[in-house]
Design a protein around this ligand. Sequence first.
Ligand SMILES: [Fe+2]
Length: 254
Amino acid sequence: MLVDIHNHILPGLDDGAQSMEEAILLATNAVANGVTHIIATPHHLNRKYTNSSAEVKEAVANLYRELFRENIPVKILPGQEIHLTANILDELDNNLLTLANSGKYILIELPNNHIPTNTLEVFYQIQLKGYIPIIAHPERNSVLRRNKQLLYEFVSKGALIQITASSLIGVNGRSLKKYTKVLIKHNLVHFISSDAHHYLERPFLLKKAYQYITKKFSKSHVTYYCENANHVIFGTEFQPLPPICFKKKSSNMN
Ligand SMILES: [Fe+2]
């Protein structure tokens, strides 16, 4: 079982697959990467796209029917990549989809260039309601790139982190590759996923990412990330590795 928890495979809903044909090509690309379960996460509540849970579920059913017809062996499950907005807490119980609709994990996209001041409080409220926030690709946020300690604070307070396969293997530049490696070293990564949008331009790349992790870290890192993603499907909790702080120990005064 290999689960991808973040991608834009559903056709015509956002800037991902634009047609059923493209979605099928992307699904074929997922299968070539060993993926067995795709949690489709179209953008939601960002300035450009709104995709209600009903629309997502219908699109998932349509795509799954086509894949079954084409004999492509991958399961599609519903989800959303939810932009962190002021009304996210009001939307939570009624209109938002947890990943795989399993009632536990919520994929949250932060703005690219700032962190809203109430972010920690919102994450706290999300957890009070029984959900676990997963921060999508922190490497895309300029504040978190500069301030890794802030990411550590989020994780210490119960948030989980997803990084994108393409960032880790260097497709998005050397600095993101270096940054995501540092996050792994500090136990600040819980999921590797594709954020796939297009079968050629932004494909799955999970196989390469896991090969890279095996080489640079260990096979048990790969097992950890795969098992964590399995928990998302089932909506079960797991014990993350303890995050490692970035702050230097205070120097000896003597
Ligand atoms: Fe995404």
